[in-house]
Write a protein that binds this ligand. Sequence first.
Ligand SMILES: [Zn+2]
Length: 427
Amino acid sequence: MTLRFFGGVEGEVGGNQILLQDGETRVLLDFGYNFSKWREYFSFPTSMPRSLDEYFEVGLLPSELRDEETGRISGGLEGCFITHAHTDHWRGISALASQEEGGPTVYLGETAHRILMMRGERLRGCDSISHLWFETFRTGRKIRLGELEVVPFHVDHSIPGAYALLIHTTRGLIVYTGDLRLHGSYSRKMRRQFWETLEEPVEALICEGTNVGEVHTVLTEGDVRRLGERYVRASSGLVLVNLSPLDVDRLRTFHRIAEATDRRLVATSYFMEYLRALEGERLRLPSPEKGEVLEYREGEQEELRRDPSSYILLTAFYRWREIQEVRPPPGSVFILSTSEPFEEEAEIEFRRLMNWLNIYGIQATQIHTSGHAFPEDLRRLVRLIEPKRLIPVHTAHPSSFGKLVSDILAEKQIEFIEPKRGQTYEI
Ligand SMILES: [Zn+2]
């Protein structure tokens, strides 16, 4: 049995592309693009790639897996498993061959499938995913493919429908965490965590390490709620919140804050689209149908202007247009409830937003917790799972991950493998 890594390694946070082969059976574990790398060559919407060739050319897709005839990725793949719907874990699937061309079935959670279908409608040309065949799963389902049995298990992350994969191979059990955290509001409610169900030794643990070697907050989702509520209560004007519409924990948090502080949620149409797509998924989200969240319509902001202290306005991607339209009065506040911009382009956008906030004297603060496990939780996880091999992915500091757990590695005789791009690892 072998593992081969094409992305999400050598310091890349995101863009995981892992090939697992057992005998004749080959599957992909996630197939995303690393977006920092994407932006080095392309930009939205002016310089979009025109063909898959360009993706292969710049190294965002592995040429080793490309089929000469179709120009797509098939390579005898039986399945492609997507752990969750963050783009850095799935956007590369547009390059997969269709089933008619000998390409794999794409397996993913039901909620993730809904999100992909919604996003997929907007993807054009070489980014389109309409030629693919999808099969969905929920926790408990076992998927047999040749020599393999893949068991997806729900984990807590900053998006609904995230899974770890437990893969039974002829050489034993391989565990891939996907992205996960142990400090979210959902983490504590989960009846069982995947590491409590492992009945055989883990041959290899492929583990995310996003927060390793970075400055990370120690706030939990509960802390975000308490701090957020206190801050909103103290504001006498409009409260603006920047967050991701896919971070459903955070949406619930601000819904509860709105209830506790007698304010109503208003969201941009971009947000509403996600809320409508996820309605009925039993996620306990504020419902547009029931009027628990109102849609912000351009040019219809009189009510927000007249009575700003009765509202919380949700926005995404450092948007400033609504701020300019509403002209929030003194006493209004802005809450950044996402991570700080960590790329040049995002930094420029964020600066622009700050400039608009400063025009109106709106004060900004960050209240946020990470979607990824704290380093101390990763130590706990490695100790609990006690794998024979530990392979870090999705981290800017893979060596530091080894140092972080070096005492556990020595004590439990765990081999640490820092994966290199394209290299094959025999298990
Ligand atoms: Zn993620």
